[in-house]
Design a protein around this ligand. Structure first.
Ligand SMILES: [Zn+2]
Length: 92
């Protein structure tokens, strides 16, 4: 386990809080990941994933050391494109 990261709520209440991503299931395997200040509710980082993008992320994690650079970049591009599409379709 990595060490918890502390974040200062710069754009909200100014308090310090531990970086903890909250996952919210939106159905159809789509998950919204939100980093939010527990004190004032300011949302800092939101990203979406689906089954395919999570599979690719896992693959990236597992094979990062052995994967050829072209394949690595291709995999990252694919994840970014899937998640950008998701964001667009969820947020409109
Ligand atoms: Zn705050």
């Amino acid at each position: 386990m990595s060490k918890p990261v502390t974040i200062v709520c710069n754009f909200g209440c100014g308090k310090k809080f531990t970086c903890k991503i909250t996952d919210k299931n939106l159905g159809d395997g789509v998950v919204k990941h939100v980093l939010k200040c527990p004190f004032c509710g300011k949302e800092y980082r939101i990203h979406y994933s689906n089954i395919e993008s999570r599979r690719l992320r896992q693959k990236l994690k597992d094979e990062r050391q052995t994967m050829p650079i072209e394949q690595l970049n291709c995999c990252i591009d694919k994840i970014n494109s899937i998640e950008a599409d998701l964001k667009r379709s969820v947020e409109g």
